[in-house]
Design a protein around this ligand. Structure first.
Ligand code: NI
Ligand code: MN
Length: 273
């Protein structure tokens, strides 16, 4: 859709008033604040369940659930604690705050689970057969989308019955949508230099990045990640769930908005579209 045709502040200026007048008179200042929107990515919707759990609806209508953690997730609204409908479930690593509700959601939805090889093996032992295992650097077609598993700097053990189960290593994902645009979901990670490579190779437009600090990068490193990835929009995650996750979207905004990168700050339960 052309920029002028959308219901934004730009469209009001572009369609009804001569450009010269728009530039001379700051019409934007009189208009209400812009709602949370994903620029130019048509019919893409991102819903945040709190922490790192997201449901992404693609332009082709596929529903991708990321890192399902609902029942014990302090940020997840009560009305959203039931497993959502999903076509694909993507799991970045084996920590409970990313997969405690994985078996529940996989059983309920029948969705194919995309995750690290060892994590899929564990899932198969739980009776979940609809899995699409992979490893970092590889891509596969799932539900008409190209899903690439990327590096992440983090650990990936799952605590079960007092034992730590090896779940392979932590990862991120790049998803190529039906309209060829790409989104990067970083999972839990430290900042790493190869984010530059992810930017060059896949050219993501939107990144979902952890900012909470302590267990992942903080807003300062997330701002550097945005620059390396070359994204135009960033959705902060893994913040606000617990007091120890101290990184805040405002810190990220202060660092990236002067560079023209938009922070899509969501409240738990909210959808950006
Ligand atoms: Ni983790
Ligand atoms: Mn985590």
């Amino acid at each position: 859709m052309p920029r002028e045709a959308r219901g934004t502040r730009d469209s009001l200026c572009g369609s009804r008033l001569p450009r010269v007048l728009c530039e001379w008179f700051p019409l934007r200042a009189l208009l209400p604040p812009r709602p949370v929107t994903i620029e130019d990515v048509q019919k893409l919707a991102i819903t945040w369940f709190g922490h790192s759990t997201f449901l992404l609806r693609t332009p082709g209508g596929k529903r991708l659930l990321f890192d399902p953690w609902l029942r014990e997730n302090p940020s997840c609204p009560e009305s959203m604690k039931k497993p959502p409908k999903a076509d694909v479930i993507l799991v970045s690593h084996g920590h409970g705050d990313h997969m405690d509700d994985l078996v529940l959601c996989a059983r309920d939805s029948g969705a194919v689970v995309v995750a690290m090889y060892e994590l899929c093996e564990w899932l198969a032992r739980k009776g979940i057969q609809n899995v699409a295992p992979m490893n970092r650097g590889g891509s596969q077609q799932v539900a008409g989308l190209t899903i690439t598993m990327t590096d992440a700097r983090h650990s990936s053990g799952y605590i079960e019955g007092g034992q730590t189960v090896y779940m392979g290593e932590a990862a991120g994902f790049v998803i190529r949508l039906e309209d060829q645009r790409t989104i990067y979901f970083a999972g839990d990670t430290a900042l790493f230099g190869d984010m530059q490579l992810i930017g060059e190779r896949y050219k993501p437009e939107i990144a979902l990045l952890p900012i909470g600090d302590r267990f992942t990068m903080d807003p300062i490193d997330a701002a550097r990640a945005c620059a390396m990835l070359g994204v135009r929009q960033v959705v902060p995650m893994h913040w606000g769930t617990f007091p120890v996750l101290t990184g805040k979207p405002d810190e990220l905004k202060r660092l990236v908005e002067p560079k023209g990168i938009q922070v899509l700050e969501l409240k738990p339960g909210e959808t950006a579209e």
